[in-house]
Write a protein that binds this ligand. Structure first.
Ligand code: HEM
Ligand SMILES: *[C@@H]1O[C@H](CO)[C@@H](O)[C@H](O)[C@H]1NC(C)=O
Ligand SMILES: *[C@@H]1O[C@H](CO)[C@@H](O)[C@H](O)[C@H]1NC(C)=O
Length: 457
C-alpha cells in the first residue's frame, strides 16, 4: 500500500523533476556560453553569446545591416553578432580577412547563389577552387578588354537607347526600371553576344528584372540558408512537378523565368553562335569547358545576377539624389563639367567616349560618393576563419568561426568620412593626402583582394 502510494507520488512529481533537470541543463548551457565560449570576451550584447536567433530575426526582417551598424557605434570596431560570428569595422580587419594573401573561405551563405547545381567564380568557397574558376573568365572584364571597340560600342549603343527613352518621355521616366533594363542589356550582351536581351527597345525579357530585383527573394534566400535541407526537399517535389509539366526542372531561387533564360541562352549559343562569336564570355567558357552546359550557364548566371542589380541600383540612387532640389548644386556643377567636353558628345545619341568622361574629376567624385553613400552591396561579406585560427585586427578567432566586414559601416566611419550621412562629392576632392588615403582604404563597395568584384574597373 505504501509502495503504491510513493510510486504514485513520484509519477505525480516526475514532470516537475524533469522540468527542473531541463532547466538546470539549460542554465548550465547558457552559463557555459556566456563564460567559456571562444567569443565570450568579444564586445557585444550579452545574448549574442548565447543565441543566433536574434540576428536571424533581423535577417528575416531585412534590417540586419543597420542593426549591425548600431552595434558598431555602441561597441566599437569589433562586435560579436552571434555565438559563431564576429563583425569587424576597420582597415586592419579588411587586410587580415580580405587581403590578397588571406586564405579565408566564403561561408555557406553563398550556397543560396548556386545555380544549375554548379559552383562558379562567385560561389566557389575555398581559395583553390575559386582561383581555378576565376581564371576562366577574369580576362573578359579587364579594362583593356571592355574598352576594345567591339565591346565598348555595344555598351555605347545601350547608353544611346537609354538616352532615347529619356528624350521620348521628357516629363518623367521610371529610372529605376529603365536603368535596370540598361544594366541587363549591357551584361547579357557581354555574356551571350547577340543572344543578349534588348529590353530598352523591346518588351521581351523585361520580366527578368523583376526576377532579379524583387523584394520577395529575401525571405526565400534566408530560408535556404537556415533551413536548407527542408527547402531542398520542398524543391525536389516542386521540380518533379515542373518536370511532369515539361518545364525546366532545375531549382532557381529567383524564379524559373530567369532560370530558363540563362539555360536557353547557353544552349542556344552553343548550337548557334559559337562559331561566329569570339568576344563574349560564353564563347570563352565553351572553349574551357566544352561539354558542360550547366557549368557555363551557372557562371554566366552569376555574372548576370552580380551585374544587374548592383549597377542599376548604383546609377539610380546617384541620379535620384542629384535630382532632388536640395542637391541641385551637385547636378549643376556636374552639368558644367560635362559642358566643358561638349564637343565630344554625339548629338544624336547623347553619349561621349568613356576615355573622355574618365578624365573628369567631379564626375569621378560624384560616382565615388554615390557608391559610398548608398553602397549597392552594403552587407557583411561572410568569410570563415581558416584552419589554425587567425588573429584579426588584434583579436584571436578560432578556426571555423564566421567573420566579416560590411561596406555600410566602413562608409560611415566619422573619422574617415565626416558627416557621413551627407551626400557630398567634394569630399573626394580633398587636398590632404592622409585624408584621401584613409578614404580610399575604407571605400569598399566592390570588396577587395582576390574576391573583389570582377566588374569593377
Ligand atoms: C556598381 C556595380 C557593382 C558593385 C557595387 C559590385 C559589387 C560587388 C561585390 C561587393 C562583390 C564581392 C561579393 C562577395 O564577396 O560576396 C562582387 C563580386 C563580383 N562581381 Fe560585382 N559589383 C558590381 C558590378 C558588377 C558587374 C557589372 C559585374 C559583371 C558582370 C560583376 C561581377 C562580379 C563577379 C563575377 C563577382 C565575383 C568575384 C569573385 O568571387 O571572384 N559585378 N561585386
Ligand atoms: C588554404 O585553404 C585551403 C582549404 O580551404 C587548403 O586546401 C589550402 O592548403 C590552404 N592554403 C594555404 C596556403 O594555407
Ligand atoms: C573544391 O575542389 C576540390 C578538388 O580540388 C573538390 O574535391 C571539392 O569538392 C571542391 N569544393 C567545392 C565546394 O566545390
Amino acid at each position: 500500500m505504501v509502495g503504491i502510494l510513493s510510486a504514485a507520488a513520484v509519477a505525480h512529481q516526475s514532470p516537475t523533476v524533469l522540468l527542473v533537470a531541463v532547466g538546470a541543463l539549460f542554465l548550465l548551457f547558457v552559463a557555459h556560453r556566456l563564460l567559456f565560449s571562444p567569443l565570450a570576451k568579444i564586445p557585444g550584447p550579452w545574448f549574442t553569446s548565447i543565441t543566433s536567433l536574434w540576428i536571424m530575426y533581423h535577417e528575416f526582417l531585412g534590417d540586419r545591416t543597420v542593426i549591425l551598424d548600431a552595434l558598431h557605434s555602441k561597441y566599437g570596431d569589433i562586435v560579436r553578432v552571434s555565438p559563431t560570428e564576429v563583425s569587424f569595422n576597420n582597415a586592419e580587419a579588411l587586410k587580415d580577412i580580405y587581403g590578397i594573401k588571406s586564405n579565408y573561405s566564403k561561408s555557406h551563405f553563398y550556397d543560396m547563389f548556386v545555380y544549375y547545381d554548379e559552383r562558379n567564380t562567385f560561389t566557389s568557397l575555398d581559395k583553390p577552387n575559386h582561383t581555378a574558376k576565376k581564371r576562366l573568365v577574369a580576362d573578359r572584364y579587364a579594362k583593356s578588354y571592355v574598352m576594345q571597340d567591339a565591346v565598348a560600342e555595344k555598351i555605347q549603343e545601350h547608353a544611346a537607347n537609354f538616352m532615347f527613352q529619356i528624350t521620348k518621355e521628357p516629363n518623367a521616366l521610371d529610372v529605376y526600371t529603365w536603368l535596370h533594363y540598361y544594366a541587363l542589356d549591357c551584361i547579357t550582351n557581354h555574356l551571350f553576344g547577340s543572344r543578349g536581351t534588348s529590353t530598352l527597345t523591346k518588351p521581351d525579357h523585361r520580366e527578368l528584372v523583376y526576377d532579379l530585383s524583387g523584394v520577395k527573394h529575401r525571405t526565400r534566400l534566408y530560408m535556404i540558408f537556415y533551413f536548407g535541407s527542408l527547402m531542398s526537399l520542398r524543391e525536389r517535389i516542386r521540380s518533379t512537378w515542373r518536370w511532369i509539366l515539361g518545364n525546366s526542372a532545375q531549382f532557381h531561387v529567383r524564379g524559373s523565368r530567369l532560370n530558363d533564360y540563362g539555360k536557353d541562352s547557353v544552349v542556344g549559343f552553343r548550337t548557334g553562335e559559337l562559331e561566329k562569336d569570339t568576344i563574349s564570355t560564353c564563347a570563352k567558357l565553351f572553349k574551357a569547358v566544352p561539354n558542360n552546359d550547366n557549368q557555363v550557364a551557372a557562371e554566366c548566371m552569376d555574372h548576370l545576377v552580380a551585374g544587374v542589380d548592383t549597377t542599376g541600383d548604383a546609377m539610380c540612387i546617384t541620379m535620384w539624389r542629384m535630382s532632388t532640389p536640395e542637391y541641385s548644386h551637385v547636378q549643376d556643377r556636374l552639368y558644367e563639367e560635362l559642358k566643358s567636353i561638349e564637343h565630344f558628345f554625339d548629338p544624336v545619341t547623347g553619349t561621349a567616349p568613356i576615355g573622355e568622361l574618365e578624365k573628369l574629376p567631379y564626375l569621378d567624385a560624384v560616382i565615388h560618393e554615390g557608391l559610398r553613400w548608398r553602397a549597392p552591396v552594403p552587407m557583411t561579406l561572410f568569410r570563415v576563419v581558416p584552419a589554425g585560427g587567425a588573429n584579426i585586427a588584434g583579436k584571436t578567432i578560432p578556426a571555423g568561426y564566421t567573420v566579416g566586414c560590411q561596406a555600410y559601416s566602413l562608409h560611415r566611419k566619422e573619422d574617415v568620412f565626416p558627416n557621413p550621412d551627407l551626400f557630398d562629392p567634394t569630399r573626394w576632392l580633398a587636398k590632404d593626402p592622409h585624408q584621401l588615403s584613409a578614404m580610399k582604404t575604407h571605400f569598399w563597395p566592390f570588396s577587395s583582394g582576390a574576391r573583389m568584384c570582377l566588374g569593377h574597373k
